[in-house]
Design a protein around this ligand. Structure first.
Ligand SMILES: [Zn+2]
Ligand SMILES: [Zn+2]
Length: 393
């Protein structure tokens, strides 16, 4: 691999990549509705001479294929494309033209960087072997089904040996790559606990089955799961985020409903927590003769687990481009995790924090902004990873 040539080529297309990013930023599209973004992606890939498949599992999913005549590995590179229902509050000249919709998570930069990588690789196919597959995914922000699953079911990952993805992140300084060997991002479980008691007069609670009292006992016991049941050094959290019950000061109601979220980074920890929660609810309700039900919402993104060996190598490779940090896990969730269940690979954060430019607001903020000088690093990172891993023995 001629890294110096790639760096020169990345600089040459830098302005083009920034312009693509701004165009997408001005025209953000919500999950499953990425029609004009998908059009731009497909047209750009076709111009580069790539084989393009549209509507892969979802109408707005696009897959580009770059084949070489040399035998080698198949490497998939992924960019998510959707924006968020956020009203943009920046004063940027290319701010969103769509009311109430904004690329506040930087997925516009992901698309631009991956298209940049396609440009770099199409120009330097002699450095590649095997095949590079460019996955342009809808609906990462959906948080439920997500775009990765239908794409995988439609065959987007068939035959893929390695998969890589980048996420722009204000948590790290501009230009810093951050990743981690092993679990990087959490899986969320949401829960709903229904306590069905027996209402009555507020002055005679002993004649009722008080669902509010029982809910408080359950809430206290649940908050003992982290640290009393789960090792306190494990990244794990439970939050009860809503409690609804009752109408008036002198009535004990029949029912109470509690909802919340659980975030874990380890399947064993997650299973243990869910089973303890069920036990707590059943036992406490049993003591007071209440009828209770716990429901978990399981169909959510799995834990994002980076392959330790591949990630060690990725960190080495990326250090030839910029600074690389091994980071702590984060408790957000990502459906890149689904691609990592199909092939070994790594998810990498690319820092964009720049105090001077005012790019200090977190992802999903209405003031989120990106130091665009990092885009060339992301473009280069995708290309270098593709070259390194398609040439693996
Ligand atoms: Zn996001
Ligand atoms: Zn995101």
């Amino acid at each position: 691999m001629d890294l110096e040539k790639l760096k020169r080529d990345a600089l040459e297309i830098e302005e083009k990549v920034i312009q693509i990013r701004r165009k997408i930023h001005e025209n953000p599209e919500l999950s499953y509705k990425e029609y004009s973004t998908a059009r731009l992606v497909a047209d750009t890939l076709k111009e580069l001479g790539l084989e393009v498949k549209e509507g892969v599992g979802l109408p707005t999913a696009v897959v580009g294929v770059l084949r070489t005549p040399r035998p080698g590995k198949v490497v998939a590179l992924r960019a998510d494309m959707d924006a968020l229902p956020v009203e943009e509050a920046t004063e940027l000249p290319y701010k969103s033209k769509v009311k109430g919709v904004m690329h506040a998570c930087g997925h516009d930069t992901h698309v631009a960087m991956l298209l940049g990588a396609a440009m770099l690789l199409a120009k330097n196919t002699d450095m590649l072997s095997g095949e590079v597959r460019f996955l342009f995914q809808p609906a990462e922000e959906d948080g439920g089904l997500g775009g990765a699953k239908p794409m995988i079911e439609a065959g987007a990952m068939d035959g893929v040996d390695y998969v890589f993805g980048l996420h722009i992140f204000t948590k790290y300084p501009a230009g810093v790559f951050a990743t981690r060997r092993g679990p990087l991002m959490a899986t969320p479980d949401s829960f709903k606990i229904t306590v069905h008691g027996k209402g009555g007069h507020g002055s005679a609670p002993h004649e009722t089955i008080d669902p509010i009292y029982i809910s408080l006992l359950i809430a206290n016991a649940i908050y003992g799961i982290p640290s009393r049941q789960i090792d306190p050094v494990q990244p794990f959290v439970i939050s009860i985020t809503s409690i609804h019950s009752g109408t008036k000061d002198n009535i004990i109601p029949d029912d109470a409903i509690m909802e919340g979220t659980i975030r874990s980074l380890d399947e064993g920890v997650r299973k243990k927590a869910l089973s303890h929660m069920e036990k707590i609810v059943n036992h406490i309700c049993g003591i007071y003769n209440a009828e209770c039900k716990v429901e978990f919402m399981h169909d959510v993104y799995p834990i994002t687990v980076n392959d330790p060996e591949v990630t060690g190598e990725v960190m080495k490779v990326l250090s030839s481009i910029s600074t690389v940090e091994e980071t702590e896990p984060v408790l957000g969730a990502e459906d890149f995790s689904r691609f990592l269940q199909k092939a070994r690979g790594t998810y990498v954060f690319l820092g964009t924090r720049n105090e001077q430019m005012g790019c200090i607001y977190p992802n999903h903020s209405s003031r989120f902004c990106v130091d665009e000088s990092v885009l060339k690093l992301g473009t280069l990172a995708h290309a270098v990873l593709a070259i390194t891993f398609t040439n693996k023995k």
